[in-house]
Ligand binder design. Structure first.
Ligand code: ZN
Length: 179
């Protein structure tokens, strides 16, 4: 964990080749399978995000909205109180970037923005054109956040959300930190 976080602190970006080359050093047991490219995102949620359990999915119900031209916008106001109780009054949002090292940087920046704005860590992170991540204090809480986000998305799914937002063929702009 410390070595993963040190890379997130020290580097602005890492190519997929550099990440793969670094795994040998990062893996606790090199005989095990290589970790996910989303390791950096998980590490940031577990450290700066204050989570004990992180659950990341590509739930169809949520992606139907997060992949629309509206993105995360429909989730920025609440439509029923259960979602506030389980997912928090505010949700964290990141735009699309390719899964990998840079996603960890973008999630880190969003967690910091969220903490500055609301004085707490997010419970639900919405990742446009990608999926959702629950930051829980227990496995049960992480699961509850996932299930509530699914319920929330189903409630919103009756909106007319229009055409999907298509991923750009050239995503080099999306994969760089904003100046
Ligand atoms: Zn993912």
């Amino acid at each position: 964990m410390d070595r993963v976080l040190a890379l997130v602190e020290q580097r602005d970006d890492m190519t997929q080749e550099e990440v793969v080359a670094a795994w040998t050093d990062l893996q606790v047991d090199p005989s095990q399978r290589r970790p996910s490219v989303e390791t950096f995102m998980h590490a940031v949620c577990l450290s700066e995000g204050g989570a004990q359990w992180v659950a990341h999915t590509h739930a169809i119900s949520c992606n139907a909205i997060l992949c629309s031209a509206l993105g995360a916008e429909p989730f920025l106001r609440h439509v029923f109180p259960d979602a506030i109780v389980v997912c928090g009054r505010h949700v964290a949002v990141v735009p699309y970037v390719d899964p990998g090292f840079y996603l960890g940087k973008v999630v880190q920046a969003e967690i910091r923005r969220f903490q500055d704005a609301y004085g707490m860590s997010p419970k639900l992170l919405l990742m446009e054109n990608h999926g959702i991540t629950a930051l829980g204090q227990s496995a049960q809480e992480a699961l509850n956040i996932q299930l509530m986000a699914d319920k929330w998305a189903h409630a919103l799914g009756h909106l007319c959300i229009g055409w999907p937002k298509i991923l750009a063929r050239d995503r080099s702009t999306a994969n760089r930190l904003a100046a």
